[in-house]
Design a protein around this ligand. Structure first.
Ligand SMILES: *Cc1c(COP(=O)(O)O)cnc(C)c1O
Length: 405
């Protein structure tokens, strides 16, 4: 298909897009095609004013009173519930705070502590996991007398067995964009008598997740990717309600105490999601995230998913049409049921991928590069247009022509 035909198709798709108006809620300019929202989400316009108020009035004027009067103290649970709605968790099961890495630690150790490790001492991780999850699983296993076994995600359901205590899985592979079968793996792991910890970093805000309905035990995720919470925004931890009473946090800070201001020497855990807290919440970052979550009000995740798949399909068609045969190959699954919200292209021939991405960014198409040879393009349906997908593919083709040899 010609450039003109694809550009025309993009315009028609944008005109018919029910989410198109959402883009205006983000601070974006048309000079740049931003396809790195799977690494750092764009800035929602409401954040700056909210933070100015939090700093100027809540901190500046009210000072210590804001812990009560501005709702600072309960912000981790309040923001957690807002995230919960986006990942299929009923209120009271999600708490926001700390980094994803720290929450991986809490969840994996807590899952092991729910288990009799005399009979179950195996922690299964998906072999292609984001590194931090793997490192922390190793440390958690070492501390608890368990061992880690890395298994291809496609085999996790089969490999979970009588020795397995916990299975830690990335819902979407950060490198390839492959979506793993959360309902299927969760059910199989449960049938094997083990527990699941799902890492939702690349699915929260990108596609519908049904933690409660699918029976996930624990989940964690970051909020600075598809949830647009800002650089280093607090992460979240989900603990299934049925497990909360037995959730034994390896980081029982005073904020998770049943009566923190009793300042008691003995630890008595709070009930519910609060038990996942550690220390004093990162209020500025947490309230920036709270403001960023406003863009999700009234948004139907099914519509987000439909647009995400349409965007990635369309981008792949444009790449196919524009980029000379054999220069790149998609490592992202074609099947919709196996695809997250990004497209990863391997540079099959020609200049090094890192140079290609540098040149793309110079020409206003921002994705990212993962060594050794993967160009990643994240598609964030709230603010990415079909015209952006078309332009990105066109510029990619130009770059591959220009920097050849
Ligand atoms: C982005 C990402 C992380 C990041 O962890 P931090 O503690 O926020 O640095 C962890 N896991 C996965 C799968 C990710 O994609």
């Amino acid at each position: 298909m010609s450039e003109a035909a694809l550009a025309e198709e993009a315009a028609a798709l944008d005109a018919a897009d029910g989410l198109a108006a959402k883009r205006a809620e983000f601070d974006l300019d048309d000079g740049c095609v931003y396809l790195d929202g799977n690494s750092l989400g764009a800035l929602p316009r409401g954040v700056a004013d909210r933070i100015a108020d939090v700093v100027g009035r809540e901190w500046g004027r009210l000072r210590i009173r804001s812990w009560e009067e501005s709702g600072w103290w309960t912000a981790p649970e309040r923001v957690g519930d807002r995230i919960g709605r986006l990942v299929g968790a009923a209120p009271g099961q999600v708490v926001a705070g700390d980094s994803t890495s720290v929450n991986v630690f809490k969840a994996v150790v807590a899952a092991i502590r729910l288990t009799d490790t005399a009979s179950r001492d195996e922690v299964l991780v998906d072999a292609a996991t984001f590194p931090t999850d793997g490192y922390i699983a190793q440390s958690a296993a070492r501390m608890t007398g368990c061992r880690v076994r890395a298994v291809d995600a496609a085999d996790l359901a089969r490999e979970a067995g009588p020795r397995t205590a916990v299975v830690l899985v990335n819902h979407v592979d950060y490198r390839t964009g492959r979506l793993h079968d959360l309902p299927g793996i969760t059910a199989a792991v449960r049938a094997a008598g083990a527990r699941t910890v799902w890492d939702l970093c690349h699915s929260a805000g990108a596609l519908p997740v049904h933690l409660d309905a699918d029976g996930a035990d624990f989940a964690i995720g970051c909020t600075y990717k598809y949830l647009n919470g800002g650089p280093g925004a607090p992460a979240f931890l989900y603990v299934r309600r049925a497990l909360q009473d037995r959730f034994d946090s390896p980081l029982p800070g005073w904020n998770s105490h049943a009566d923190p201001f009793a300042m008691a020497p003995a630890y008595t855990p709070a009930d519910g999601a609060v038990r996942g807290r550690v220390g004093t919440p990162e209020i500025l970052a947490l309230l920036a995230l709270d403001a960023a979550l406003d863009v999700w009000d009234g948004v139907d995740l099914a519509a987000v998913r439909a647009k995400s798949l349409a965007l990635t399909d369309f981008f792949l068609r444009c790449v196919e049409a524009y980029v000379p045969q054999g220069r790149v190959e998609s490592v992202t699954p074609e099947a919709h049921g196996e695809r997250g919200s990004q497209v990863s292209l391997r540079c099959a021939a020609g200049p090094p991928g890192g140079d290609v991405m540098t040149e793309l960014i110079r020409r206003g198409v921002v994705g990212d590069f993962r060594r050794p040879d993967i160009l990643r393009f994240g598609f964030t349906p709230l603010y990415t247009r079909f015209a952006d997908a078309e332009r990105a593919a066109r510029v990619l083709a130009d770059v591959l022509e220009g920097v050849r040899g």
